[in-house]
Design a binder for this molecule. Structure first.
Ligand code: ZN
Ligand code: ZN
Length: 355
């Protein structure tokens, strides 16, 4: 019998348990995050150094939010959940959108109901075409070629590390193909909002609008005062934890974001914890309020600039946005990194706001 060494220690108010290959963190008495403990480059996706899945204990089975980037990582967290909960009755498995690091492990939940916004189907298909359209032979050639280059490098460093990572990626990818891995699409989709009820909790899924991707949803669990925001606005992925980042070359529906955030931030909705898939620590209601107010300010100032023929460069400066940044001094600091992100945001959103 394998003995799992499990250590418990307290970080702030979070209980962190470590069982060798994953980290689980309690958010509330019935909600925890589970994260593979090391960078696992794997097929269908781009490398992310942290991918949190969220587990909600309904008292009558579990709800899982996001399935990792690959079957290997999905199996890893599924095993971890079994160790922690002694239960893998997944009543619902929710994908916050269709990008691979949120849905790449869906096939490991073949007996469970996968729920996602309707546009996620096309996102999953894109990844399917991009990654699984290859052959084992093609991958083996890549591995052979990269190994050959690695042999010619005499010193260890950034270059040799990146080649080793690429080899790992192709090997994982090859193993998925050999294991006949298939993209698994959602069983239950919706357009705007959907409420799932299970045990003592309800999970309210709210479509946020196009921005990060085409199918992003926030999952609100009122009984636990928790919101899972997936990859929305890339919150929590950078050191500038709370600054939303708009997306180049993607459709950015800023009006819809403001509308969805207003819906989520309705005064009756209590929100204590905001959990993002790639963030290192939970955020809170203030973070979402800042995002909403920043989006409102961006929309207003860009619209005004277009009407008064003010140059885009003027809106790219943080001066016009100081009222909102000052009001949320507890959430963001105005520094060089924020100024760069803001300037980029304006350049992206400019074409999506009409006067
Ligand atoms: Zn994404
Ligand atoms: Zn992601």
């Amino acid at each position: 019998m394998r003995v799992v060494l499990m250590l418990f220690f307290v970080v702030g108010c979070d209980i962190v348990s470590w069982a060798g290959n994953y980290v689980a963190k309690d958010i509330t008495a019935n909600v925890f995050t589970i994260t593979p403990d090391r960078k696992q480059l794997h097929t269908l996706g781009w490398p992310n150094d942290i991918i949190n899945s969220v587990v909600i204990n309904t008292g009558n089975g579990l709800i899982l939010v996001d399935t990792q980037n690959s079957p290997a990582n999905a199996r890893l967290i599924k095993k971890g959940i079994m160790e922690i909960m002694n239960d893998t009755t997944f009543l619902y498995v929710i994908n916050t959108h269709g990008h691979s690091c949120h849905s790449g492990g869906n096939c490991v939940f073949s007996q469970n109901k996968i729920v996602a916004q309707i546009n996620s189907h096309a996102e999953m298909k894109d990844y399917d075409d991009l990654f699984l359209g290859q052959t084992v032979e093609f991958l083996r050639q890549k591995i052979y070629y990269k190994s050959f280059i690695l042999d010619t490098i005499t010193s260890e460093g950034i270059l040799s590390d990146s080649i080793k990572q690429a080899i790992d990626l192709y090997k994982y990818y090859e193993s998925d193909l050999l294991n006949n891995y298939k993209v698994r699409y959602p069983d239950l989709t919706f357009e705007d909002t959907l409420t799932l009820r299970a045990g003592s909790v309800s999970a309210k899924l709210i479509y946020m609008g196009k921005g990060h991707g085409d199918a992003d949803v926030a999952v609100y669990i009122p009984e636990e005062k928790v919101v899972c925001t997936g990859n929305l606005f890339h919150l929590g992925a950078y050191s500038q934890e709370s600054m939303p980042s708009f997306y180049l070359n993607r459709v950015n529906e800023i009006n819809k974001w403001i509308q969805s955030l207003n819906y989520l931030l309705d005064g009756k909705n209590q929100i204590d914890y905001v959990i993002s898939t790639h963030g290192r620590k939970p955020m809170n209601r203030r973070t979402l309020e800042f995002v909403r107010d920043y989006c409102v300010a961006v929309h207003e100032q860009v619209k005004k600039a277009k009407t008064t023929k003010l140059a885009i460069e003027e809106v790219q400066k943080t001066d016009l946005f100081m009222p909102v940044f000052s009001q949320y001094r507890d959430v963001v600091n105005v520094n060089k990194k924020l100024e760069e992100m803001h300037s980029r945001n304006i350049s992206i959103i400019w074409k999506y706001v009409t006067d």
